[in-house]
Design a protein around this ligand. Sequence first.
Ligand SMILES: *[C@@H]1O[C@H](CO)[C@@H](O)[C@H](O)[C@H]1NC(C)=O
Ligand SMILES: *[C@@H]1O[C@H](CO)[C@@H](O)[C@H](O)[C@H]1NC(C)=O
Length: 337
Amino acid sequence: MTLSLVLFFIFGTLASHAISRTLPEAAIANKHEQWMARFGRVYENQSEKDKRFKIFKDNLEYIENFNNAGNRTYKLSINEFADFTHDEFLAARTGYKKRDNPTTTTTTSSFRYEAVTEVPTSLDWREKGAVTSVKDQGECGCCWAFSAVAAMEGIAQIKTGKLISMSEQQLLDCSTNGGNEGCNGGWMTNAFQYIIENQGLTTEENYPYVETQATCAMEKAQAQVTDISDYEEVPSNDEEALLKAVTNQPVSIAIDGSGRDFKFYSEGVFSGECGNSMSHAVTIIGYGTSEDGTKYWLIKNSWGESWGENGYMRILRDFDSPEGLCGLAEEASYPTI
Ligand SMILES: *[C@@H]1O[C@H](CO)[C@@H](O)[C@H](O)[C@H]1NC(C)=O
Ligand SMILES: *[C@@H]1O[C@H](CO)[C@@H](O)[C@H](O)[C@H]1NC(C)=O
């Protein structure tokens, strides 16, 4: 071996250690145990544990390297999804159905906020009392129901002054119209259509969430508290139009939430890579500009309070492509009273 080759090996090895900053295996195993205790995770057998440890380790290293690079507008953290495979995550935590042919779903509805000119520089519907606490869809792909309900809770509070937590379970069980499939996915527009036909939606208390689809309980479904007259879709791929709508009420949106950074987002203004499927739905409940001048949307998710900023995410606004970051301006809608 020549000297230069030897040096190459020495420096090559040192360099790769320096870059990946790999934690010792025992330290990772320790973190895994702590994480299992925190999230109450129990594995059936050793081979299952080994498999989950590999996923955990891979995610942990990714997250530590990401945060150590320190040059992004947001941070990641290990959360309860740390040992999920990608497919498990998508099936359990998302649930917005892909359009067979997205280009044919051009908006035909009217847009009542077209002429809006008064747009404050920032807005947070939480401060105006129009947002209930963050909910958790658990292991059921029904983000669509949570997104629709958050928009319902918002417009009802704006119209009546009363904030009432409403029922996702009613939508899960009863809104099977238009291809909605409970924990296997659905669309908010179908949920709004069901609410119109049912002449309202009942409360969370009356029809509580049980994380699985069941038969529609008619007597509960008919104890409606909030009726809507219609729903509208925001013109697609237009963040300006979206802003006009959000100025007036919380808005349901579809989003590509399948990426690793989205999954492990913990704080800051998200500006990262998205995944490759419009598989999730959330609700925009405000917008603003961060201290460093980055414009953001404020979104309410349904993954509990341990994800993101107490269950919320700030995500880049006025992205340099019309569909918005992660496609957030592609399919937005809101109920009207
Ligand atoms: C270990 O548990 C997993 C699921 O938890 C199961 O699929 C697998 O068959 C089990 N393996 C053995 C050897 O029991
Ligand atoms: C951050 O730093 C990493 C490593 O130096 C680099 O690969 C990446 O492109 C940087 N990202 C940004 C947004 O500057």
